[in-house]
Design a protein around this ligand. Structure first.
Ligand code: HPA
Length: 240
C-alpha cells in the first residue's frame, strides 16, 4: 500500500487494472501489478489516489483493504511516511514498528456487521504481523538499509501536523513515531485476516523536536526514505 511520495516506485512497465468497486465503494486508485527482482508478484495501491491528493482522513480505507484482501495476498506492507519522536527514529531511517496507538476519530474503521462480515472483536494485541515484520528486517539487513526494529506508531487524525505539546503527550504515551494513515488500515487488515506490517519512512523530526522547519525536513528526506523502501520492495519475497 503506497503512501506519500512513493508512487514513483511503480516500474514503468507495471500492469494497470481498472479501478475496482467493493462493497465499500471504489478503491482510491487503480491496482498496479509487476514482478519484483526477487520474482515475487507485487500488487500496488496508492492510498492517496493517483494524484496523491486524497487527504489521510478521506482515504477510503475499507475499500482499499477489502480489495487487497480479495486478491488473496500473502501479506500487505504499508509504506507510511512518519515523523520521528524519539532520537532513534531520525529522518531518512526506516522503522518497522511493533506497536501502535490509535488517536484517529470519525473514520470508517471496521467491517464488523457489514457485507456479511462478522469479526467484531479481533485480537489486536500485536497489531503488526510478526512474520512479515521479520521478513522486512531480514531484507533490510541483507541489503544494508538503515532500519530500526521496533517502534510505537501513533496514528493521528491530521491532516494538519501536530503541536509541540501534542508530540510531548504522544511521547509520554510511549509513541516513538507519528503518522496519519496507519489506522484504520492496520485494524481493517486484521479484521480480514490479511497479514499486515508497516514500513515507516521517517521524513522529519516530529513537531518541536528540530530547529529546522518541518516542511524543509520533509522535502529533504522524503526521496531518500522512499528510495530505501523501494530497495526493500524490490527484494520482498526473497528467501535469504
Ligand atoms: N506528523 C504526522 N504525520 C506525518 C509526519 C508528522 O510529523 N511526518 C510525516 N507524516
Amino acid at each position: 500500500m503506497g503512501g506519500s511520495g512513493a508512487a514513483r516506485l511503480v516500474p514503468s512497465g507495471a500492469d494497470t487494472l481498472a479501478p475496482a468497486r467493493t462493497p465499500f465503494g471504489p478503491a482510491d486508485a487503480p491496482l498496479r501489478r509487476w514482478i519484483n527482482a526477487a520474482g515475487c508478484e507485487i500488487w500496488w495501491l496508492e492510498r492517496h489516489g493517483e494524484s496523491g491528493a486524497i487527504a489521510p482522513h478521506r482515504v477510503n480505507y475499507r475499500a482499499n483493504i477489502w480489495l487487497m484482501h480479495s486478491l488473496g495476498l500473502d501479506g500487505l506492507i504499508g509504506l507510511n511516511a512518519v515523523g520521528g519522536i524519539d532520537d532513534a527514529s531520525y529522518p531518512g531511517r526506516i522503522v518497522v514498528p511493533h506497536q501502535l496507538i490509535d488517536y484517529t476519530w470519525g473514520r470508517a474503521h471496521s467491517f464488523a456487521g457489514e457485507a456479511g462480515f462478522g469479526r467484531p472483536h479481533v485480537d489486536f494485541t500485536e497489531p503488526f504481523d510478526r512474520r512479515l515484520r521479520l521478513h522486512l528486517l531480514d531484507l533490510a539487513r541483507a541489503t544494508g538499509i538503515d532500519c530500526l526494529d521496533q517502534g510505537t506508531y501513533a496514528a493521528v487524525q491530521g491532516p494538519r501536523l501536530e503541536t509541540a505539546a501534542e508530540i510531548d503527550r504522544l511521547e509520554r504515551d510511549g509513541a516513538t513515531l507519528v503518522g496519519m494513515t496507519g489506522m484504520p488500515e492496520a485494524g481493517l487488515a486484521r479484521e480480514t485476516g490479511l497479514a499486515y506490517a508497516m514500513c515507516a519512512l521517517v521524513v522529519n523530526r516530529a513537531a518541536g523536536r528540530s530547529r529546522q522547519p518541518i516542511h524543509e525536513e520533509m522535502a529533504r528526506w522524503l526521496d531518500a526514505a522512499v528510495e530505501a523502501a523501494g530497495r526493500l520492495l524490490d527484494r520482498t519475497g526473497a528467501s535469504d
